[in-house]
Design a protein around this ligand. Structure first.
Ligand SMILES: [Zn+2]
Length: 393
């Protein structure tokens, strides 16, 4: 789908902005120093945020005001705001995204307004935070090994469950800063989400049996993000949908600001891949196995008809692991945990650069999340249904 040219290049990036990568503030790649050198951070726990959209925003903003301000100062101002001119420009960009967010659903705008009230950030600053992925992408990205996303369902799972999983491979300075949140909405599905301060939904599972994980993409064909819905807001919106059909419709309707590859599954075993740039969005659905690192559809990778898509090596390794377990009829959650502890190549578990791994069981409505890289396997489990007794791991 071709979108208006004017949505592009609201922001173009100067060469200077990519220097952050070179100066070592951001560390791409795997880091295999001994895990004993890792800072000791407590296991995940679940915080429930409920009420109307504005109430939820206010509660969340207030409770996490300190971390939200830190994240804004370090990850937005520190990485992307070299001077006042750029600051004003970015805030104008964030303000321009209010329209597309409101048109998608006033619920997220009200929640963001509440968050700004609670945290003490300006609304534009609060929105700029949610544009982190779009700012990061900025058209001049170096090669960066990133998250591996996976969805598995029947007939490929031995227990018939649908699992949606990913590693969160990111800035190592953010180790220990993720938070599991249960967003309880008065109307429509509630969700358990993996989050960072101000990025209220990074991935998750909802009470309608839909789970979403994702990976960044490496797409240099579109220069700058568009005025549109920030990826993190779109994730919140898609995790508020009652069905995968609704997810598809809503993703089509939203005007996305940036780039992403979403991997979703529902409890019936339907899998959905959504890949987007600021100019295009494509959908692929199926059953069984779906793995992604960056784009994987023929359309988004520019693969001619009749040719197989050349997948990222990290994705190929994941598919190899899946295939070997599947042929022995062994795919269940424990097996998926093993996939994410893989060190056979330099790709899947990156030790210091894999901050956490999460496995959502869409069938049961449970989030399993490690604190730390997959090979540490420090999983905690959180259920959407609070009455549900969870087996100890
Ligand atoms: Zn490891």
């Amino acid at each position: 789908m071709k979108r208006g040219h004017h949505r592009r290049t609201f922001l173009t990036w100067s060469a200077a902005s990519s220097l952050a990568w070179m100066s070592g503030r951001v560390s791409p790649g795997a880091d295999r120093r001994p895990l004993s050198e890792r800072p000791d951070v407590p296991d995940h726990r679940l915080v429930t945020i409920e009420g109307s959209a504005r109430e939820r925003g206010r509660k969340y903003g207030k409770q996490f005001a300190g971390p939200i301000h830190d994240f804004f100062r370090e990850r937005i101002e520190g990485d992307f705001v070299p001077n006042q001119t750029r600051r004003n420009r970015l805030l104008r960009y964030a303000a321009a995204c209010i329209g597309p967010i409101r048109r998608l659903s006033v619920e997220w705008l009200e929640e963001l307004e509440g968050m700004a009230e609670g945290s003490g950030l300006r609304l534009e600053e609060q929105i700029l935070l949610t544009l982190h992925e779009e700012l990061w992408h900025r058209g001049e990205i170096p090669s960066l090994p990133h998250c591996t996303a996976l969805a598995l369902g029947p007939p490929d799972t031995a227990d018939g469950h649908t699992y949606v999983a990913q590693s969160w491979d990111w800035y190592r300075t953010l180790c220990g800063k993720s938070q599991m949140l249960k967003w309880k909405r008065p109307d429509g599905p509630s969700a358990i989400c993996y989050s960072y301060p101000g990025l209220r939904a990074g991935a998750g599972v909802n009470s309608a049996g839909i789970a979403l994980c994702w990976t960044s993409v490496l797409d240099k064909t579109v220069k700058g993000p568009a005025v549109g819905v920030p990826t993190y807001i779109l994730i919140a919106h898609l995790l508020a949908q009652p069905s995968l059909a609704a997810v598809r419709e809503e993703a089509k309707r939203a005007k996305q600001a940036g780039w992403f590859t979403f991997v979703l599954g529902d409890r019936q075993g339907n899998l959905l891949n959504i890949e987007a740039s600021p100019e295009r969005i494509v959908f692929q659905s199926g059953k069984g196995t779906l793995a992604r690192v960056y784009y994987g559809t023929p359309e988004m990778t520019g693969t001619p008809a009749g040719k197989a898509v050349e997948l990222h090596p990290q994705c190929r390794r994941m598919l190899e692991l899946v295939e070997s377990a599947r042929s022995q009829g062994k795919i269940d959650r424990q097996q998926i945990e093993r996939f994410y502890s893989d060190h056979a190549t330099r790709w899947i578990c990156k030790h210091f650069n894999t901050l956490d791994v999460m496995i959502y069981d869409a069938t049961e409505g449970v989030a399993h999340v490690t604190r730390g890289p997959g090979c540490l396997a420090r999983y905690r489990s959180f259920a959407l249904d609070e009455g549900r007794a969870l087996k100890a791991d």
